[in-house]
Design a protein around this ligand. Structure first.
Ligand SMILES: Nc1nc2c(ncn2[C@@H]2O[C@H](COP(=O)(O)OP(=O)(O)OP(=O)(O)O)[C@@H](O)[C@H]2O)c(=O)[nH]1
Ligand SMILES: [Zn+2]
Length: 208
């Protein structure tokens, strides 16, 4: 697992202000070019609207580039609960930055709230996963960014993020190994404590 120093260098979290707005016209032109490059005719009837459709799809699939975690962790409550909170099996769809094809699986996100008991809505954890999943990604960076955002914004005392995913770039092309699952994790703060981490892993793997 990367050290925090390495994470900071290799996992820049760009502000949406530094990310240009999605350029639909440019995306459409690029899809038209791609269709020509693969030997298709973008003017034939079935492909007529495809560049615009693909551009819209990519705007959606990369929407996380134009979001920051603060956008979704807005609702926090001080309810004095300072024990572990864990949401597991959060459906995940992301896009491998090497081939721009999907990787899909589940994310498990757990944290130990700040002593003040500052917690967030459960759905916000799933939304946070999407902020970082909806962009060209690698699975290692994805867990790192989710974990660091929770530590920073919720001032959590500990975080664990585990992602299990299948990469279509390994399934539908290339090495073609369907069913191979990649597991990555990021552990922060008090979640490094062996007993706490075991408790989290037991919750993640229980009743499956
Ligand atoms: N570490 C890591 N690797 C990934 C991820 N997604 C895809 N990859 C890998 O990125 C690598 C890119 O390797 P290259 O040799 O540059 O590309 P390639 O010739 O298409 O490689 P093959 O997939 O082996 O055909 C491949 O080994 C992919 O399996 C990810 O999230 N994390
Ligand atoms: Zn890939």
């Amino acid at each position: 697992m990367n050290s925090p120093e390495v994470d900071r260098v290799s996992c820049p979290d760009r502000s949406p202000a530094d990310v240009p707005a999605f350029d639909h016209a440019r995306a459409e032109a690029a899809v038209r070019e791609l269709l020509i490059a693969i030997g298709e005719d973008p003017t034939r009837e079935g492909l007529h609207d495809t560049p615009a459709r693909v551009a819209r799809a990519y705007a959606e699939l990369t929407a996380g580039l134009r979001m920051v975690p603060e956008d979704v962790l807005t609702t926090t409550f001080d309810i004095g609960h300072d024990e572990m909170v864990l949401v597991r099996d959060i459906e995940l769809w992301s896009m491998c930055e090497h081939h721009l094809v999907p990787f899909t699986g589940v994310a498990h996100v757990g944290y130990i709230p700040a002593e003040s008991g500052k917690i967030t809505g459960l759905s916000k954890l799933a939304r946070l996963v999407d902020v970082y999943a909806k962009r060209p990604q690698v699975q290692e960076r994805l867990v790192t960014q989710i974990a660091d955002a929770l530590m920073r914004i919720l001032e959590a005392r500990g975080v664990i993020v585990v992602i299990e995913a299948e990469h279509l770039c390994m399934t539908m092309r290339g090495v073609r190994k369907a069913g191979a699952r990649t597991i990555t994790s990021a552990v922060r703060g008090q979640m490094h404590n062996a007993a706490t981490r075991s408790e989290a892993m037991a919750l993640i793997h229980s009743r499956r």
